[in-house]
Design a protein around this ligand. Structure first.
Ligand code: HEC
Length: 174
C-alpha cells in the first residue's frame, strides 16, 4: 500500500506539479484520490485511457479471481508432496512450521503482495532444497494457499514472475 501510495503521489506530482490538495488529503483516502487524479489527468494529457501514467500499479487484489480452480488443484497435489509434511495437510502448521492458512497467516501477509509470498517460497521453501520444486509448481501452490484462505478462484492464472505477482495485493477484506 505504501509503495502504491508513494507512486500515486509521485505520479500526481509528475502530472500536475505539486498538488496542494493531494498532499493535504488524509492517508486513507489519498491513495484512491491520487489514483483518480492520475487517471483523470492522464486522460486529459493524452486524450485517451491507458496513457503512460496509468500503466504501472495493476491495482489487483486477491479478490479479483487471480487464480483458477484448476491451478489450485494442481497446487494442492504439489503442496501435499513438498510442503504438507511440515505445514500440515490442512495448512495449519505443525507448531514448528507456521500455518499457511487462517487469521494469523492472512494478518501476517495483509497489505503485502502475492509476489512477496511467491518470492518467499521461491527462495526458501522447502528449506532443505528450494530448487526441488519448480517455479510453476510454486505458483500453483500459491494458488492452493489462496484457495484455502477462501480467496475466490476466477479466470486468472498466477504466473511465475515475481514482478507480475507483486501487482496483486493481499487484502484481508474486499
Ligand atoms: C522441513 C519442513 C518444511 C517444509 C517441507 C516446508 N516448509 Fe515452509 N516453513 C518451514 C519453517 C520451519 C518455516 C518458518 C521458519 C522459516 O522461515 O524458515 C517455514 C516458513 C514458510 C513460510 C512463511 C510463512 C510466514 O507467514 O512467515 C511460507 C510461506 C512457507 N514456509 C511455505 C512453504 C511451502 C509452499 C512449502 C512447499 C513448497 C514449504 N513451506 C515446505 C518448514 C517447512
Amino acid at each position: 500500500m505504501k509503495l502504491r501510495f508513494i507512486f500515486g503521489s509521485l505520479a500526481v506530482i509528475w502530472v500536475a506539479g505539486m498538488s496542494h490538495s493531494a498532499l493535504q488529503a488524509r492517508p486513507a483516502s489519498a491513495r484512491d484520490y491520487a489514483g483518480e487524479l492520475r487517471r483523470d489527468r492522464a486522460v486529459a494529457a493524452f486524450g485517451r485511457e491507458g496513457g503512460q501514467a496509468a500503466a504501472p500499479g495493476g491495482n489487483k487484489t486477491v479478490w479479483d479471481g487471480v487464480f483458477s480452480k484448476e491451478q489450485a488443484e494442481k497446487g494442492a497435489a504439489a503442496y501435499k508432496t513438498a510442503c504438507s509434511e511440515c505445514h500440515g495437510n490442512d495448512l495449519m502448521g505443525d507448531g514448528f512450521a507456521p500455518a499457511l492458512s487462517g487469521a494469523e497467516f492472512t494478518a501476517n501477509w495483509n497489505d503485502l503482495s502475492v509476489g512477496d509470498l511467491f518470492e518467499r517460497i521461491r527462495i526458501s521453501m522447502p528449506p532443505s532444497d528450494p530448487k526441488s520444486v519448480t517455479p510453476e509448481q510454486k505458483a500453483d501452490i500459491v494458488a492452493h494457499i489462496m484457495n484455502q484462505n477462501k480467496f475466490p478462484a476466477g479466470t486468472g492464472v498466477l504466473e511465475t514472475k515475481t514482478e507480475a505477482l507483486k501487482l496483486i495485493k493481499i487484502e484481508l477484506k474486499k
